[in-house]
Design a protein around this ligand. Structure first.
Ligand code: ZN
Length: 85
């Protein structure tokens, strides 16, 4: 019988095109505001990035407060539709 390997880390997925603003979002678990534009990485750590062609397709980050890992998608939409337009 095949045993599935279950990762202990919960992976949340967030589509940036479904939220308003500049791409910042509250951690789905603890509510800490995470902004991918914040280069200090004080509140999060970048775990992985996925690039398709020359565009960022997915950004996987870990919340620095609770450790929840969130995969951000929908960058194409954000870049095509600037929030302040
Ligand atoms: Zn968190």
């Amino acid at each position: 019988m095949k045993k599935d390997v279950v990762k202990k880390v919960k992976l949340q997925t967030l589509d940036l095109s479904s939220i308003d603003g500049d791409g910042s979002f509250p951690c789905p678990h603890c509510g800490t505001l995470i902004s991918p534009d914040d280069e200090t990485e004080e509140f999060y750590t970048i775990v992985d990035t996925k690039v398709v062609g020359d565009e960022l397709a997915e950004l996987v980050i870990r919340c620095g407060t609770c450790g929840t890992v969130t995969a951000l998608t929908g960058f194409e939409h954000v870049m095509a539709n600037p929030p302040n337009s």
